[in-house]
Design a binder for this molecule. Sequence first.
Ligand code: SAM
Length: 214
Amino acid sequence: MLSFIPEEIEHYAYNHTSTESDLFCRLREETYKGMASPHMQVGRIEGNFLKMLVRLTGAKKIVEIGMFTGYSALMMAEGLPDDGHLITCDIDPKAEAIARKYFAESPHGKKIEVCIRPALETLSRLIEANIVLDMAFIDADKSNYPKYYESCMKLLRPGGLIVADNVLWSGRVLNPQDEDTRAIAAFNTIVQSDERVENVCLTVRDGMMLIWKK
Ligand SMILES: C[S@@+](CC[C@H](N)C(=O)[O-])C[C@H]1O[C@@H](n2cnc3c(N)ncnc32)[C@H](O)[C@@H]1O
């Protein structure tokens, strides 16, 4: 697992974070058996953190950009009230099949709407439909982070929250050498200089940027 914390401390934090239900354990196992990059899954600490953010903000409408096999979507859905709604985006039908299986099994799966097409298209449709969101979680292709951010800013209500994952990119943002790293570094710079928001860059896992829209 990607982390900036010494392994034994990370292990201690893991052991002092709410345990997942059996469903999440099986989802993780199936992802690790069947998918090429299973480490993309957020995991127990970040998953519980996202769920807690949903609860603490009282979010009812969320968009997730980067569903993969559904771990983070289902965690956030658990934090939503019964009439809450989470729209999640991906383009990978293999990941979608696994995600849908676990969404169907969970009582919280009914809160989740899966959109399989490029996320920028889904976001454009939401903007055209004048949808207003309480929270967005950005965790898909890194080169589009700046564009995802601008779309989410249009969709978010004042006081809403954007969470972006992998903003430290294993530390490579300190010396960007490839397109993905340059895009994440550009995203971090855009957020840092954006007067429409307040933000905090956390060293949780691979780096999480919390962005509050004024
Ligand atoms: C890091 S994974 C998401 C992990 C997920 N949040 C979890 O916790 O399991 C990134 C996902 O973004 C998806 N993705 C990549 N490019 C995309 C695009 N243009 N539109 C939508 N999804 C995309 C990939 O297929 C992949 O499943």
